[in-house]
Design a protein around this ligand. Sequence first.
Ligand code: NQM
Length: 352
Amino acid sequence: MAPVRVPCSLIRGGTSRAAFFLRRHLPTDEAARNQLLVRILGGPDTLQVDGIGGGHPLTSKVAVINPAVDDAADVDYLFLQLDPRNLTISSVQNCGNILAGVGVYAIHQGMVRIAGDETVVRVRMLNSGGLCHLLMQTPNGALQTKGDTAIGGVPGTAAPVVCNYQNIAGSACGALLPTGNPLDWVEGVEATCVDNGMPVVVLRAADFGLTGLENPAELEADKTLRSKLETLRLSLGPKMNLGDVSAKSVPKLCLVSPPQRGGLVMTRTFIPHVCHNAIGVLAAVSVATACLLPCTVAAGIGPVPAGDPKTVAVEHPSGAFGVRLEMDEDNQVRAAGVVRTARLLFEGEAIA
Ligand code: NQM
């Protein structure tokens, strides 16, 4: 049988990388689509040596793009997370890093016309129904990816992609505080369950005997810690309206500690079985939100700037990034913004 060839682009979005496809090039049947994607990314093998995935959750990602179904957006974006360990594919979570790459893809594919020095690409995140407006640099009628913006976790600099999220609270859990509480007791520790774009369980590093400054490899090697975190995750998943999360990539778990570099908070984030070298975008938005809300485990952990909107720095193992949050008087988040960079790495056909 002749191999199947599918037009595909590899794009770095923020600190992640994904294979991008147009929806019409993939099977409509979900099981057949998933089987094809696993074959293209390289399974069954944790190294993904027989495919184009990178053997790590941050490089084992897929974006499926389609022209938007209505005028509120330009393109619809479905994010799929492939777990390189067991080949499950999850559509429960968004990915704010890969979202930055959607602007690059939409312009390269001619799905959005360049409009002056900056072009807005309006993206509907099908995983949650939320919208994001991406501000792309397009001087002289062309997409510019070279520039001066550095983001922690990516070498060098590139053109900024400003991501302005709208209505992301309760993206997967249905509420900003899905258990109904700013603080829950679980398995003997205090936890804050929050979903401002990404379901995250926020925990104090100190409650696990940690400083919160350990390096990710050290934390990942700590079997006792990982088993405690997984017990917490499995117990809190249903309470966060996520059902049985044993085969899901959410909720993430974030160990917080006081900031070290003048930011709002220091973080170490499990996504959920690997410790991130940085932190996911929407995970950072969710954690920053937990720091700003009263009575959470992260309330008061670092200095909160006055006024609204607030720009805060979420510190992580390879740097920090700024999150801009607009809150209303009821502590509901009106809007959130982050800056990322993105780049087209390869364009061609994936062969399965
Ligand atoms: O939280 C990793 C990443 C992500 C997701 C993960 C992300 C986000 O770094 O919006 O970007 O948490 O699985 O790409």
